[in-house]
Design a protein around this ligand. Sequence first.
Ligand SMILES: C[S@@+](CC[C@H](N)C(=O)[O-])C[C@H]1O[C@@H](n2cnc3c(N)ncnc32)[C@H](O)[C@@H]1O
Length: 429
Amino acid sequence: MHMHPRNPYRTPPDFCQLAKAYPALEPCLISYSGSFSIDFKDENSQRRLTEALLHCDFGISLNVPLNRLCPPVPNRLNYVLWIQDIIRTTEFLGSKPVLGVDIGTGASAIYPLLSCKLNSDWSFIVTDIDNFSLSCAQSNIEKNGLAGRIRVFETTPEAPIFAPLHDDPNAKADFTMCNPPFYSSREDVTASANSKEFEPNAVCTGADVEMITDGGESSFVRRMIDESVELGERCRWYTSMLGKMSSMTEVIGAIRGHGIENYGITEFIQGSTRRWAVVWSLSDFRLSDNVARIANPQIQNLMPPRNTLRQPIRTSAQNIERLTEILSTVLGAVEGTRVVNAETSSSRFVVYATKNTWSRAARRKNKHAAPDSAETEASTPNLICLVQWIYRDGNETFLECQWVQGKDRSLFEGFASHVSRKVSEVVSQ
Ligand SMILES: C[S@@+](CC[C@H](N)C(=O)[O-])C[C@H]1O[C@@H](n2cnc3c(N)ncnc32)[C@H](O)[C@@H]1O
């Protein structure tokens, strides 16, 4: 993924219009072969641009002191939109207010401000160890009328990273997010700047407390992983941004090391800057492959197992009109499942299965079982899938089975292959 598909800054803004709407940007404009831009290497111009974009596109008024990090909006927005995708994967099961925890919110409180503007039912607890940044964050939150939805929590480097969850045993969150300090030391900062691993806009670096932590970002995120194992399902999705490719290998190694196979990776590319983000969960909710997997061949060995299975289905022209009806009939015939439409008038089906009735072994067992020995069905489903047709280029048809919830991967894979076998039998007739 380059920029997130819903990121409006995939096309550069019209700087001239922007300066008209936010006059403080005007002195920063430079004429560049007939059009206008700004000098991205100039800190003052970067700051005015951040303020202008937040003001014009989100109605956010931001004040960041000169000695603290001024966040570039397009890059921060990428992460917020990806979190939105994560939350949306299970929203059709019933939505409720969403609580996020932003670790290290900084003076700008950029993530909770953007997130709350985009999502009216989200609220936040935000942490930081830097008292000065937190007081700026608090005033940015108040200035934007969001004090009722964003609670600030001051912590220390020694406390658990997820201190708000550790301190209150009843607290539960839907997700955590974090843009961790990247570096392990001052020397690490200099070495990275020289190796050009980081963007040329090193003008927006910020204070040491914002950029440096013992062991660098990988160690910080590994601490979060250890803590998440203790907290378990008290938070549904744990996530973090990562700035170095080498950290990805270490972080995914730590996730797998805890036996967690429920995780995902994304990548954001903006100009010459590459960033990654990871998500992991101790719950049995599953993410679709377009949220949790990326195509980058360099890191295929780090990818999680697939949760979205697509089977090409050959069908005759006369059947193509009836595919939704055929799918509905096939799904309805799988014993022990409940099937509903994902949305009113949609052709996406949600399947709730309480037990395996489709494998050969299960069918044999069922046939020989005395009628009164039927197992009592669990009231909660062991497997939830989303099933739909995908049409590509007008002449390719795929049956897609998306794992939404469940602990047992083989149950999901067995169900997906049973349904595509049954559908193939019908459509080839
Ligand atoms: C790279 S800055 C990110 C600031 C902001 N979220 C952004 O994306 O622009 C990292 C932040 O983490 C904070 N921080 C460092 N260690 C922390 C810890 N143990 N708990 C919470 N925040 C921490 C720093 O003070 C700093 O504000």
